[in-house]
Design a protein around this ligand. Structure first.
Ligand code: DI6
Ligand code: FE
Length: 404
């Protein structure tokens, strides 16, 4: 096989997810992939003879639906242990916040993760990543945040990098050392001082693609968030924020002022926050799994986001405490049922807008020159991906032009 690996996909019904592309009618076409990119897209009759001559492999997709590969732009995939017992406590009436305040929650996962070896963290994370890939994920963001000490945070970031080098999936890493205050620090401010000291070397060592903070009354204040953002941006590293999940903290206004890639969760987002995000081009990442699992009742202000033309992404937020799901397809359904996204908006949220939330311009839509990361689905129309739940119609996942 030549390095360019020129492959023709025939009989494809393509939803490119480009902004202007029609939702109701697909593009009936062929796709040429070369060197891991989309080389050409259009009706077979228009395929230039020179392209035809270069084709090395051909696949007939039998009229199946093709979309961009799914992008899960917010996960906490690397951790040890489970919080199933904590789930039982919540079923008995304890709240997520009260469990966190009594030393459980994030801190329980931190204790388990500090004990774990890099090999076991990698093995667990590979199983979880494989589950995402089985539903069509080709790019995943992975956050640190269960170490809360230099060595373990670094181990999480390095494990995420290794995962991306081991499996056929792109991994974007996010340093979320400011996830909770570890017990050994007297104050949140003292811990933030330490985090700021760690960030520089991690960024210099190529371990970090973005920096995140849990801005919440059980996390860090807007002022503390600002200090972390300034340290990250001073090193040229983009920022994103866990914002307005359990309470309003003004995190979105702050994050937008710093040009954040995304603000995530957003159940308590204010109208001023929506406008700040719109002006900054910050993506709203909605996480219906956490909303469902914590039995939240306040929905993110989807109408305001729509009207202000803030791009809306959705993600699994996979984590052991508030969203232990590995199903991006279920998130499509929940984004529609809970947040009233249309199926087209939900799928855009797992493809083109998720790419923007990660600062990636080379994927998320199907177009010439973009990465050939694709999903081939056994459905007539991709609205069926949102309509059904507990169903996986993935036929093939194409990663960088490689057919499985
Ligand atoms: N928001 C969340 O939903 C997760 N982290 C965060 O900042 C929950 C993390 C956990 O409970 O382990
Ligand atoms: Fe999260």
């Amino acid at each position: 096989m030549k390095a360019s690996n020129v492959t023709l996909l025939r009989n494809a019904r393509v939803w490119t997810m480009a902004a202007e592309a029609p939702w109701d009618a697909p593009q009936e076409c062929v796709v040429v992939m070369a060197g891991g990119l989309i080389d050409w897209l259009g009706p077979l009759a228009h395929l230039p003879a020179a392209k035809t001559a270069a084709i090395e492999h051909e696949f007939d997709l039998g009229g199946r639906a093709v979309t961009p590969g799914l992008i899960d732009c917010h996960t906490h995939l690397i951790y040890a242990g489970t919080r199933a017992a904590e789930f039982e406590r919540r079923l008995q009436g304890e709240t997520y916040e009260s469990i966190a305040q009594s030393g459980g929650g994030i801190r329980a996962t931190v204790a388990a993760t500090r004990q774990a070896t890099a090999a076991s963290l990698l093995a667990d994370a590979m199983r979880r990543a494989q589950a995402l890939m089985n539903e069509g994920v080709t790019t995943v963001e992975i956050k640190s945040g269960y170490g809360l000490e230099e060595a373990t945070e670094r181990r999480m970031l390095a494990t995420a990098r290794t995962l991306g080098q081991t499996l056929p999936i792109t991994v974007k890493t996010t340093a979320l050392a400011a996830h909770a205050v570890p017990a050994e620090y007297e104050s949140a401010d003292a811990y933030i001082d330490a985090v700021i000291g760690w960030l520089g070397p991690w960024i210099d060592d190529g371990l970090v693609d973005a920096v995140d903070v849990f801005c919440e009354r059980i996390g860090f204040s807007a002022r503390q968030t600002q200090r972390v953002f300034e340290a990250a941006l001073a090193r040229g590293c983009p920022v994103k924020l866990h914002a307005e999940q359990l309470s309003w903290q003004g995190g979105c206004e702050l994050a937008s002022a710093y040009g954040a890639l995304s603000c995530d969760h957003l159940e308590h987002l204010s109208e001023a926050g929506v406008h700040a995000m719109a002006s900054a081009g910050t993506v709203a990442v909605l996480l219906p799994g956490a909303y469902y699992y914590l039995r939240e009742t306040q929905r993110p202000p989807v109408d305001l986001l729509r009207r202000a033309k803030v791009p809306i992404a959705i993600a699994t937020d996979h984590n052991p405490g508030s969203s232990p799901t590995l199903s991006p397809l279920l998130m499509l359904n929940m984004a529609a049922t809970f947040f009233h996204l249309t199926p087209a908006e939900a799928l855009a949220g797992l493809t083109c807008h998720a790419a923007t939330a990660l600062g990636l311009r080379d994927r998320g839509v199907i177009a010439e020159g973009r990465r050939a990361d694709l999903c081939v689905w056994d459905v007539d129309h991709p609205r069926e991906l949102t309509y059904a739940f507990g169903v996986n119609p993935l036929h093939r996942r194409v990663f960088a032009g490689q057919m499985p």
